[in-house]
Ligand binder design. Structure first.
Ligand SMILES: Nc1ncnc2c1ncn2[C@@H]1O[C@H](COP(=O)(O)OP(=O)(O)O)[C@@H](O)[C@H]1O
Ligand SMILES: Cc1cn([C@H]2C[C@H](O)[C@@H](COP(=O)(O)O)O2)c(=O)[nH]c1=O
Ligand SMILES: [Zn+2]
Length: 196
């Protein structure tokens, strides 16, 4: 369980940092993001959560987990919108970071340099099992990385892959259990091979 390095003290004027929460779909990234942000709110920190406007799956204005935990959020079109808006915050949360433009790396780093705690959640791999930009670069620049895991829908092992059940080869295809399932490495590559 991730324990905040500095939760009770104001971060303004001090060194900030970046935390990344990554993993496959259904691995609990959003739940963990919401848990950390709620604890920051309890600690009387000024918190804001941003998400890419494209992600309208469960709600336009909220970040919602697959098990219906929710927190108010601000949908934005571009990563730079976060930098323009989050000046007054102590803690900045970002969900579905894989959908942001590459500027998100600079934005998160600038916010951290300003002394803020930045917590970013997103998919580390796409449906092909390759790194999902810009998450790979965010992970490289983060102080703390937490990889969470789902349960493999085929064998019950720990799952790190998001298997797409449709034929689309587009990188971005929004969906849930209708389109994706969490699989372990063995089951993912077996299924990819079978459905080639
Ligand atoms: N295959 C699965 N493995 C684990 N949890 C799952 C699975 N399918 C559905 N869930 C549900 O998804 C929840 C996690 O949702 P969420 O935090 O939104 O995940 P993520 O943001 O990583 O997609 C779990 O607590 C569980 O209720
Ligand atoms: C693997 C993969 C996923 N997506 C989409 C599907 C969902 O809308 C989100 C991920 O949501 P979650 O909170 O992590 O469950 O991303 C995609 O567009 N492309 C992919 O390769
Ligand atoms: Zn498996």
């Amino acid at each position: 369980m991730f324990v905040e390095p500095n939760i009770g003290t104001p971060t303004t004027g001090k060194a900030g940092w970046i935390e990344v929460i990554c993993g496959s779909m259904f691995s609990g990234k959003t739940e963990e993001l919401i848990r950390r942000l709620n604890r920051a709110l309890i600690a009387q920190q000024k918190v804001e959560i941003y998400k890419p406007r494209v992600d309208k799956r469960y709600s336009k204005e909220k970040v919602v987990s697959h098990n219906q935990n929710a927190i108010e959020s601000i949908p934005v079109n571009f990563a730079n919108d976060i930098l323009l808006r989050a000046g007054h915050c102590d803690v900045v949360g970002v969900d579905e970071a894989q959908f942001f433009d590459p500027e998100i790396i600079h934005v998160c780093n600038q916010l951290a340099i300003q002394g803020k705690r930045v917590i970013v959640a997103g998919l580390d791999m796409d449906f092909m099992g390759v790194p999902f930009e810009p998450m790979d670069k965010l992970m490289a620049t983060a102080e703390y990385i937490t990889k969470v895991h789902a349960i493999c829908m085929d064998c019950g092992n720990i799952a790190s892959y998001s298997y797409r059940r449709t034929k689309s080869k587009k990188t971005v295809v929004l969906g849930e259990k209708d389109i994706y399932e969490a699989l372990c490495r063995k089951c993912f590559y077996e299924k990819m091979h079978r459905n080639k």
